[in-house]
Design a protein. Structure first.
Length: 491
């Protein structure tokens, strides 16, 4: 029970700093994950975490999605290099109300330029490329004042703009120019059958989809490659026309689906793919830029795939003009892509808010900086995906009159009643006994829960959520920590 109380106090949004500082004692280590990674950190508490003698406590804040980029950036100034380098890790998860925010360019620049006992600048950059802001890191590295780091950026040609790549080729330092020449030579090399690795893995498939392949190797793959190999091969931009024709006519649906996305398809090939016998192929080709809107509208699809949008990784966003054009497309997959663009003008966003496709509406609700309030509530009511709760944290989510959902049979809708600022205390009290655990937990942590009921819950199975209730005053929180054996904070 003591650990549950500690975890609840650590998560309490109303806990004053002097209470939170006590939780850094060794006796409270059961709550360190929650304290350091699952809440915002006042500056005084952040100072204390960064000064904590335990490296594992300090490194935890790198995984905190509630911290702003400036707060996370403070790790880089820590004298312990293993603490400083923790900044290259993204938070493990992004709960409702949090979204990725890039580190400032100057922080990435300083990180790459600071000597590390275990990682070279190139290895640091490699680690950064696996984060959500890998492309940003490569662009920053390409303009770094140290030539060794600009040279390391040359290994990530596909993450760099054409303008940046040209500047590297003309770099005044010979080390950088040599690195660009090595990269050009690497991608110019024609791979032979003997160059295939002895086992299938990341390098094998990367070779198939990105390198120049000899005629002998292409013939070998077509004759002996399995469907998965050919699917990766279909991504390769260096294929001759006859191989493209072979892939887009292949009996395997997955191979044809991948080939349908190629930029070099002829008008005749596109026409054939739009009437492919398999619906998934017709769906794949329906977004091809070589099709007119009339051709898209003529593609027979009785049921489009359900959207599986990831708000944390929305994918590459095209030029704004392209997104606006997609917003008016007859193809709902293109409209979904458009709805993911945070730069859409408000007039376009209002149009997409009324789109007949739920995927379009939900993407807009999750991504646009000013989604219509009615859309947010409608999306919450219609959508049951993993980001449903995040919708309630978006700006403008309507919270008035939500108490009308208090008796809804769906517990996700009953939760809405607790967002109403005028929710009656007796209803919150009743929700503590709700059959659904999520509703009970939310009610126990609700500030309008009657005080006597809240006190009683501190000794029950809902103790953790009750201890997180912001209605608890500082004296009560200190009392809870005393009871859990946590010493008073020392300065």
């Amino acid at each position: 029970m003591h650990d549950e109380i500690l975890c609840g106090v650590a998560a309490n949004p109303g806990a004053p700093v002097d209470v939170l500082l006590r939780l850094l004692a060794a006796e409270a280590q059961a709550c360190w994950d929650i304290l350091c990674t699952e809440r915002d950190l006042p500056e005084e508490l952040l100072d204390a975490v960064l000064a904590h003698p335990d490296r594992h406590v300090r490194k935890r804040i790198a995984h905190n999605p509630h911290l702003g980029p400036g707060q996370r950036a403070r790790l880089i100034d820590h004298p312990d290099p293993m603490t400083a380098v923790a900044i290259i890790r993204d938070p493990r998860q992004w709960p409702a109300g949090t979204s990725p925010r890039p580190l400032p360019d100057d922080v990435i620049r300083r990180l790459l330029g600071t000597p590390h006992p275990l990682l070279s600048p190139g290895e640091l950059l490699d680690e950064l490329t696996f984060t959500l802001f890998g492309r940003q890191a490569c662009e920053v590295a390409a303009t770094h004042p140290l030539p060794v780091i600009r040279a390391a950026a040359c290994g990530y040609r596909r993450a760099l703009s054409d303008e940046r790549w040209l500047a590297l080729q003309r770099d005044p330092d010979p080390q950088v120019r040599a690195a660009t020449a090595d990269t050009i030579a690497y991608y110019a090399q024609v791979m032979e059958p003997a160059d295939l690795p002895p086992y299938r893995g990341h390098y094998h498939w990367q070779l198939l989809q990105s390198r120049r392949l000899s005629r002998a190797l292409l013939d070998h793959l077509i004759a002996h490659g399995d469907e998965r190999d050919l699917q990766f091969l279909a991504y390769n931009p260096h294929l001759p026309p006859d191989v493209v024709e072979t892939l887009m006519s292949h009996p395997d649906t997955g191979v044809r689906c991948t080939a349908a996305d190629r930029d070099d398809l002829t008008a005749d090939q596109l026409k054939r793919l739009t009437v492919d016998e398999d619906k998934s192929v017709r769906i794949s080709v329906s977004t091809h830029p070589g099709l007119s809107e009339t051709q898209r509208a003529a593609i027979a699809v009785d049921r489009w795939p359900q959207d599986s949008f990831n708000r944390i990784k929305p994918g590459l966003i095209p030029e704004l003009a392209v997104s606006i054009a997609h917003a008016y497309s007859v193809n709902l997959l293109l409209r979904r892509r458009a709805a993911s663009d945070t730069r859409l003008p408000q007039a376009v966003a209002v149009r997409l808010a009324e789109d007949p496709d739920q995927g379009v509406r939900v993407r807009l609700a999750l991504r646009h900086p000013a989604p219509p309030p009615a859309l947010l509530l409608r999306s919450y009511l219609d959508y049951d995906g993993p980001d449903r709760l995040h919708l309630t944290t978006r700006p403008g989510f309507p919270v008035t009159d939500l108490v009308r959902f208090a008796r809804d049979p769906d517990p996700a809708l009953r939760l809405l009643a607790l967002l109403d600022p005028e929710v009656p205390p007796d209803l919150v009290d009743r929700f503590v006994s709700d059959p659904d655990g999520r509703v009970r937990s939310a009610a126990a942590a609700h500030p309008r829960l009657p005080a006597d009921r809240l006190r009683k819950l501190l000794g029950t199975g809902l103790a953790r959520h009750a201890a997180a209730n912001p209605a608890l005053d500082a004296a009560t929180l200190h009392e809870l920590l005393d009871g859990a054996g946590v010493p008073a904070a020392t300065h």
